[in-house]
Each structure stands twice: as structure tokens, then as C-alpha cells.
Design a protein around this ligand. Sequence first.
Ligand SMILES: [Zn+2]
Length: 85
Amino acid sequence: MDIHQVRKIYGMLAVVALFMVGGAPMIGRMTSKTVFWYMICGGIAMALLAVFYAWKKYRCPYCGEILRAREPMPDFCPNCGARLK
Ligand SMILES: [Zn+2]
């Protein structure tokens, strides 16, 4: 799988995680404390999954260097200088 796709999936997981944790207080108020904690736990689990996924897959395809997923995608690998686009 190419890293553009990996980055997209990582971004999606991160957005879902943020949405769950961010939306938990509001949804919790409308429903119950149990739902609130489910959303917090689910959000944290999603965030961990995103980080794990990025750590496993978001690497330079040539040398395996881990790319920083929080920063915009670099054109060249910071380690070996290979073109990533
Ligand atoms: Zn590299």
C-alpha cells in the first residue's frame, strides 16, 4: 500500500478519535454517563489504533524510516532522501 493511502487512513482514524472524545461531553449530557465513558474509551482506543497504524505503516518505503504523521507529508525521506511522491 502506498503511503498516501496510509496517511489518509491515519487521518480518518484520528478524526474519528477526536470526534468521539470531543463529542463525548455533549452526547453524554443528552444520554448518560455510561455512554460518555464508552465514547471516551472508544476515542482513546481509536487514537491508539491510529498511532499504532502510523507507526506500523507510515514509513519510508525504501529505508523504513518512521515519518512524522502530524506534520505535512515531506517530499523526500528525511533519512535516506528518497522521493516519496
Ligand atoms: Zn528513507
